[in-house]
Design a protein around this ligand. Structure first.
Ligand code: F2R
Ligand code: MG
Ligand code: MG
Ligand code: MG
Length: 367
């Protein structure tokens, strides 16, 4: 297998595994590392087969994160690019055929409105969400990984445009779009990074910050409607004005400090919730932290395994943080780092490999 194919497969399979295993704990309150490891041990003990070596039933099902990523992959492959009508059709058909995949509370309204042949502006339902604010949920970020693979030969501005087009179908809030861009750029960077030497985590964060800084600067220049109670203050604050840059700075700080950052501090500062701003930075951190040595129960695990387990250990939106972290880690380490037993226990892995093969064939031919 070529090195590129290994990384494409690793990324899409990593995303599926993060979703399937993370979904066991999604929004379920505090979980301990030991509890997560017990799940992992049972996966590894079964190896996806019963004790006679026959393939067992899939133990872990995928959720909306993977359901939507499959639509993104299928549409980009079919049309060799972005085709709005087709992607909308795939999202709505997928939702109608399996509405119980654990979709976000409000995005289902968008699917219902999109499922109308008379609708002329296919971006309108998303724009109307939350009284015209749009959704800031992480539903755009959780599904974006195929776009990073599809854009392998392209530059960051292509990645950003494609991500925006795909995300705005359901999420028009600028923070949701920027979160999806950060996630897509992180996978894109991981695919291109030299994985034969230790990862330069500072450089990885600096690259992401360059792009996010430009986006957040542009956003700041846009005129804002100020209500009497919401007067602009003169003091600038990176935390408020450039929240993604602020979190990227904190990620770098945590990676370089001697003392291990606590899970509670990560939750307080980076977040672990269903918003894009409160989850994409946590996923990026999970990948970067896991590229470095760890002590304790994760000490002897490879960095891909550490990424998934660590991401889930942040609690909160575990399936989505782990799917995004798994996509970045798989893109960097390749499919060889992904345990076979994990692959056989999770739904959707065979299809993920097919999508990866088709995307790799596309980018190899279109160099
Ligand atoms: N929804 C879930 N998990 C809930 C539990 C599911 C359960 N396991 C089951 O099976 O039933 N997970 C999935 O949702 C997240 C992605 O959500 P998405 O696609 O962004 O949806 P939505 O509806 O747009 O936003 C989610 C919620 O965020 C709040 N919100 C968003 N924008 C807002 C705004 N402008 N103002 C106020 N609130 C806003 C709302 O509460 C939305 O309902 C992933 O975790 C995925 O796994
Ligand atoms: Mg989900
Ligand atoms: Mg579905
Ligand atoms: Mg989730």
């Amino acid at each position: 297998m070529s090195k590129l194919l290994s990384r494409f497969q690793g990324s899409l399979v990593g995303a599926v595994l993060g979703d399937c295993i993370g979904a066991v704990y999604e929004l379920g309150g505090e979980i301990t590392l030991s509890e997560i490891l017990n799940t992992i041990y049972s996966i590894e003990a079964s190896g996806g087969t019963d004790n006679k070596g026959k393939q067992e039933e899939i133990l872990y099902s995928y959720t909306d994160d993977t359901a939507m990523a499959r639509s993104v992959a299928g549409s980009l492959i079919k049309h060799k690019g972005f085709q709005l009508k087709d992607m909308v059709k795939r999202f709505t058909s997928e939702y109608k055929s399996e509405p119980d995949r654990g979709y976000g509370g409000n995005v289902t309204t968008v699917f219902q409105l999109l499922d109308n042949p008379e609708l002329e502006d296919l971006y309108e339902p998303a724009r109307k969400q939350f009284d015209g604010q749009g959704s800031f949920g992480n539903g755009g970020s959780m599904r974006i990984v195929p776009a990073a693979l599809f854009s392998y030969n392209k530059d960051h501005s292509y990645v950003q445009t494609l991500t925006r087009q795909i995300t705005e179908i359901t999420h028009s809030h600028e923070q949701a779009i920027q979160g999806a861009i950060l996630q897509c750029l992180a996978v894109h960077l991981a695919l291109h990074a030299d994985n034969t030497t230790p990862l330069d985590t500072d450089l990885f964060v600096d690259n992401l910050k360059t792009y996010m800084n430009k986006l957040e600067e542009e956003e700041l220049k846009k005129p804002k409607v100020l209500t009497p109670t919401k007067k602009r203050t003169t003091r600038s604050s990176e935390k408020r004005d450039k929240p993604y840059c602020y979190k990227l700075d904190k990620i770098k700080e945590y990676l370089n400090q001697e003392k291990e950052v606590t899970v509670q501090e990560l939750i307080d500062v980076l977040g672990n919730d269903i918003s894009a701003l409160g989850s994409v930075p946590a996923a990026v951190f999970s990948f970067l932290r896991s590229s470095k040595p760890m002590t304790g129960e994760l000490k002897d695990r490879n960095s891909f395994e550490k990424t998934i387990i660590y991401a889930i250990s942040l609690n909160g939106d575990t399936d989505t943080i782990a799917t995004m972290a798994g996509a970045i880690a798989g893109a960097y380490y390749g499919i060889e780092a992904v345990p076979k037993s994990w692959q056989t226990c999770c739904e959707g892995v065979t299809d993920a490999i097919q999508y990866a093969n088709q995307l790799e064939e596309f980018v190899s031919k279109s160099k």
